[in-house]
Each structure stands twice: as structure tokens, then as C-alpha cells.
Write a protein that binds this ligand. Structure first.
Ligand SMILES: [Zn+2]
Length: 140
């Protein structure tokens, strides 16, 4: 069976983010004018509107804490029915608390997830070319 979930589409605005994910690294957009970390990436800075945005490589050791989360019991997209219930969390990065990244938390019981829980970014290879960032509980 191949990968049945939607594969995130690379666009002009977000492709450095997904190219980095394919290499199991995190790249985020940063505004040249006001230094705002612009995530999710877009054509211009969400804070000041400047179209001058650059990219910063944050590497592959990405830690954070759960800022908010929801538990999904029904598939809202095809391909997720075997993963339910699914924890979808917004995670605040430890070194860059301005940045919050939304992804699933894998390998975590729904009874165990809580706000402030430490998590580590992990990348799931979805085919030979693409990988997607996800979270997993951090080792303590
Ligand atoms: Zn800006």
C-alpha cells in the first residue's frame, strides 16, 4: 500500500520549508525588515507586510513544548482513518518561542498528552522523495 494521505504541496512560498523537511531539517522564514519568524511561510511578513523574507535553517535537533492541542476522533482527510485518535498539536519551539509549528504527535497516548509537554521533532518519510515533520514525546 502506498501513502494515502495528501502530500503537502510545494509552492513558491513554502518550498524551502518542505525541501528542508525532505532532508529532515527545519527551515523557517524570517522577515528581513522586522526579524519576525513567519510561520507558516507566505509571500510576505504576516507582522509588518514586508515582501523581503529570508530563510533560516534551524537544523535537525528541534525541541519544543506543547502549546495547544486537539484530539481528532474522525478522519477529516483521507488516509488518516488508521491513525485515530490523532493528536494534532501546536508546539512552541524551545529555542525560538516566537515560532509555533502545528503537526501530529506520534507515539503518544491521548491520556498522556498535556500542555507544556516536551516534544521532539521527527520526520516521517512518506515516499522516496518527501518527508513530513511530526512531533514525538521527548526523552526525559
Ligand atoms: Zn516583518
Amino acid at each position: 500500500m502506498g501513502y494515502q494521505k495528501p502530500i503537502p504541496l510545494k509552492t513558491l512560498d513554502n518550498h524551502p520549508y518542505w525541501d528542508a523537511a525532505d532532508r529532515h531539517e527545519l527551515m523557517v522564514q524570517k522577515c528581513v525588515s522586522c526579524n519576525h519568524y513567519n510561520h507558516p511561510p507566505g509571500p510576505s511578513c504576516a507582522k509588518c507586510g514586508s515582501p523581503e523574507v529570508a530563510w533560516e535553517n534551524l537544523g535537525d535537533d528541534i525541541k519544543g513544548t506543547v502549546y495547544s492541542y486537539i484530539v481528532s476522533y474522525r478522519p477529516f482527510l483521507p488516509g488518516f482513518q488508521d491513525d485515530l485518535p490523532l493528536i494534532i498539536a501546536q508546539v512552541e519551539l524551545e529555542k525560538y518561542p516566537q515560532i509555533k509549528i502545528m503537526a501530529n504527535i506520534l507515539g503518544c497516548n491521548i491520556e498522556d498528552v498535556q500542555i507544556g509537554m516536551p516534544v521532539q521533532m521527527t520526520w516521517v518519510d512518506i515516499n522516496e522523495e518527501r518527508a513530513i515533520p511530526q512531533w514525538k514525546p521527548a526523552e526525559r
